[in-house]
Design a binder for this molecule. Structure first.
Ligand code: ADE
Length: 235
């Protein structure tokens, strides 16, 4: 039986979904609240991971091992790392990199030691279904564009144009930066669980990122997450 785990870092990124759940059952464990129920007839478990790679990894592992999820969807906001990716656009990860991983000279920069991988691929079938759901949703948002490609995750809120430029030159094709996706990707890779990551762009990871982020998560993030996941579940 399939069971979808839905993770966001912050409440604003998932608002409405928990209220939309049928027959919700709440379980508190390890400083997280897991809500088990169904969303548009899809069996689901929704949880807030809190912020950062460790928080996200712990949440993903527990979703699988304790709550029996068979698939994981991460939804939230991100900073843009590409001039063509604008605030209000949506990015779906084709692969994810832990941009602060660096065990050189033992392993190449960015490679997750002993996995042989720097770029952790997301599940193509889930990502394509999600892209369909996002495209349909974005038809109602004038001018917002969907992108698919590389997302970078690290335990840093990027609010510095120089830092972002350095990351972009080290990681060709980087579309967005956030703080959890590649940690979920590693856990799912290691446990053999298909996953996808979708991020709405809240800021440009530059000097105004913090204020842009704060304004955006409050006003837009939850509406996007709700609309896209509704389409995803109904498909
Ligand atoms: N999430 C949203 N914006 C971000 C940024 N600029 N850096 C890291 N994570 C983010």
């Amino acid at each position: 039986n399939k069971r979808l785990g839905i993770i966001s870092a912050l409440a604003e990124e998932q608002e409405g979904l928990i209220q939309a759940m049928q027959h919700p059952e709440r379980h508190v464990h390890g400083m997280r609240e897991y809500t088990v129920g169904s969303l548009w007839n899809v069996e689901a478990v929704a949880v807030l991971s809190r912020i950062g790679k460790v928080a996200a990894a712990m949440t993903a592992a527990l979703l699988v091992e304790r709550f029996g999820v068979t698939h994981i969807l991460f939804t939230g906001v991100a900073g843009s790392a590409d001039a063509n990716v604008r605030v209000g656009d949506v990015v779906i990860a084709e692969s994810l990199v832990q941009h602060d991983m660096d065990a050189a000279p033992l392993f190449p920069r960015f490679e997750v030691p002993l996995t042989g991988l720097a770029h952790l691929p997301s599940d193509l079938a889930m990502s394509s279904r999600l892209a369909g759901a996002a495209s349909t949703f974005l038809e109602g948002e004038n001018g917002a564009t969907l992108h698919r490609g590389l997302i970078g995750s690290g335990d840093q809120f990027i609010n510095d144009g120089m830092r972002l430029a350095a990351l972009k030159s080290a990681l060709p094709g980087l579309l967005a930066v956030e703080m959890e996706g590649a940690a979920v990707a590693q856990v799912c890779f290691e446990l053999g669980i298909p996953f996808a990551v979708i991020r709405t762009i809240s800021d440009n990871a530059n000097e105004t990122a913090a204020t842009d982020f704060m304004a955006f998560v409050k006003t837009v993030a939850s509406r996007y997450a709700f609309g896209i996941i509704e389409n995803y579940c109904r498909n």
